[in-house]
Ligand binder design. Sequence first.
Ligand code: FE2
Ligand code: FE2
Length: 137
Amino acid sequence: MKGTMVEWSDSLATGILWQDFQHAGLIARINRLHQAIIDKQAQSELRSMIDFLESYIENHFSMEERYMEVMHDPEIRGHARAHQQFRDNLRDLRNFEGTGAQLTAASLCYDLHEWITHHIRTIDKRLGRLIKEQDVS
Ligand SMILES: [Fe+2]
Ligand SMILES: [Fe+2]
């Protein structure tokens, strides 16, 4: 098994309350899903966890993108493209879940965790700084 799945901590803070709150929720849900895959929980349970994660992430991404629009953030296209990549990865996981390829599903879920923590540390922290500078939070 790959390394441990860290929970949200101050090192991931952007300093924007709603962003930090949602990031913590996202990471917790990805971690819970990963554990559920490893524990071989029922497919219906896994599917509803993925459904929930999908709606949670849509809400989060659209909020960040709305802020970028309002602030005329020049990085909006690249940031939105990155969000699309996460959606694609989550869809891959959905497709694997249910095929019985438990190790692949667990590994895809692990990759989601790595993706989101890296995204927060780099692109979202930059967005957080911009929101603070423009004082629009
Ligand atoms: Fe983002
Ligand atoms: Fe984010």
